[in-house]
Design a protein around this ligand. Structure first.
Ligand code: AMP
Ligand code: GLY
Length: 420
């Protein structure tokens, strides 16, 4: 099969790497890709959100399947546009991607289908927001409705904090149109975990679990980031909780979307909080997580192309997914200053010497090449260093040994990924 992967970060590197190992892959293309991916796949410099450009590439290169990595092209309707020209895409339609693209859509959907979640109220004016904030004594979470690159969520302790966050979103357009409508949610507590399932619209299968480390610094200090590292399986989950989440969150979502006339196909990522009353949905994402993919896919022993093919042909019913009974940890090396301002274009050490290790995978998140063909940084998160091992301790040792050997003094990383 000719497969095109849309995207160019660490997640897409991990996706492309898994697809490249399948005997079913004839030609592997990635757009835009990155220098790590181009060592084993053809890369085309087309941005992930250039919907017309991606459709043209898929058609010109005779792609049989397009695997859409990031949320933006999904929310912009890339899958629908590809369907119009007769190309199968792995990922939800524009309408179904609203589960991630609109927090009010997703909260209303869960309410309608009795899927456990925090109480919420949506507000388009400050007066309604203030009333709700006072009702919750300021102990609440203020969220912009639309996509805000993970930044449109403010977890509040006091009435003043919550009013300030609501004012910035509703009256000062801090997140543009994404914050014209906001949600004020009950603040719930518990351990968080990411659960990944794949669905063809009818059946769903659990693909794996992970725990993301979102804060920038050790011991969960500092600002929120896209994710500074991850571990799979999620240490807080077990067989029983996985079943609970599958039966009470994943399947009701897939069934609810189908009965609402918006069948959900592709990856469903449920961000859950394990509360005293059981798991509740914090958010849904309509794609794989970054950096969670860098720990979930290396544990997969089932052929990823088979899973993707069974999904787009609505044949998951008779399929199964197997994971290796091991652990994976990924440590993100980020540019100093991230998630605030940071410099790009800084040279990185050569990574060639790590190529031959089976239990270490270095995924490129934000890298490019300069005019001398040397590797440079091009983003906040630069590399994800994944180690696969028998247990957490073994993985941590291998991952951190590699990070120290890379020794990039213009970057920083958390030292407590996977620490229990
Ligand atoms: P989100 O972008 O919706 O995943 O939110 C980012 C982070 O905010 C989550 O990972 C949680 O730590 C926190 N959060 C979001 N909603 C809630 C809530 N209702 N109660 C407590 N924490 C929340
Ligand atoms: N690591 C969080 C996400 O991918 O949304």
């Amino acid at each position: 099969m000719n497969i095109l992967v849309v995207g160019g970060g660490g997640r897409e590197h991990a996706i492309a790497y898994s697809l490249s190992k399948s005997p079913l892959t004839k030609k592997l293309m990635v757009a835009p890709g990155n220098p790590g991916i181009e060592t084993f796949a053809e890369c085309y410099p087309i941005p992930a959100d250039d919907i017309d450009g991606q459709c043209k590439l898929a058609k010109d290169m005779k792609a049989d399947i397009v695997f859409i990595g990031p949320e933006i092209p999904l929310v912009l309707g890339l899958k629908d546009k590809l369907s119009e020209i007769g190309i199968n895409a792995f990922g939800p339609s524009k309408e179904a991607a609203q589960l991630e693209g609109s927090k009010t859509f997703s909260r209303n959907f869960c309410k309608r289908h009795n899927i456990p979640q925090p109480n919420f109220k949506y507000c388009s004016d400050l007066k309604t927001a203030k009333d709700q904030i006072e009702l919750l004594n300021g102990y609440c979470v203020v969220k912009a409705d639309g996509l805000a690159a993970g930044k449109g969520v403010v977890v509040c302790d006091t009435v003043n904090e919550a009013i300030e966050a609501s004012t910035q979103m509703l009256e000062e357009s801090k997140f543009g149109d994404a914050g014209k409508l906001i949600l004020i949610e009950e603040r719930i507590t518990g351990i968080e975990a990411s659960v990944f399932a794949v669905s063809d619209g009818n059946t769903a299968i659990l693909l794996g679990t992970a725990q993301d480390h979102k804060r920038a610094y050790d011991n969960d200090q500092g600002p929120n980031t896209g994710g500074m590292g991850a571990i799979s399986p999620a240490p807080a989950l077990n067989e029983e909780l996985n079943k609970n989440i599958f039966n009470n969150i994943i399947m009701p979502t897939i069934n609810g979307m189908r009965s609402d006339g918006i069948p959900y196909e592709g990856i469903l990522y449920a961000g859950v909080m394990l509360t005293d009353q059981g798991p509740k949905v914090i958010e849904f994402n309509c794609r794989f997580g970054d950096p969670e993919t860098q720990v979930v896919l290396p544990r997969l022993s089932t052929d990823l192309v088979e899973i993707v093919h069974n999904t787009v042909t609505h044949n998951l019913e008779n399929a199964s997914v197997n994971l290796i009974n091991n652990t994976a940890i990924t440590v993100v090396i980020a540019s100093k200053g991230y998630p605030g301002t940071f410099k790009k274009g800084i040279e990185l050490p050569s990574l060639n010497k790590f190529d031959k290790q089976d239990d270490i995978l270095i995924f490129h998140s934000g890298t490019a090449k300069n005019e001398n063909e040397n590797l440079i940084s091009s983003g906040g998160r630069v590399l994800s260093v994944t180690a696969i091992g028998e247990n957490v301790q073994d993985c941590r040792q291998k991952a951190y040994n590699t990070v120290e050997e890379i020794n990039w003094d213009r970057g920083f990383y958390r030292r407590d990924i996977g620490k229990v």
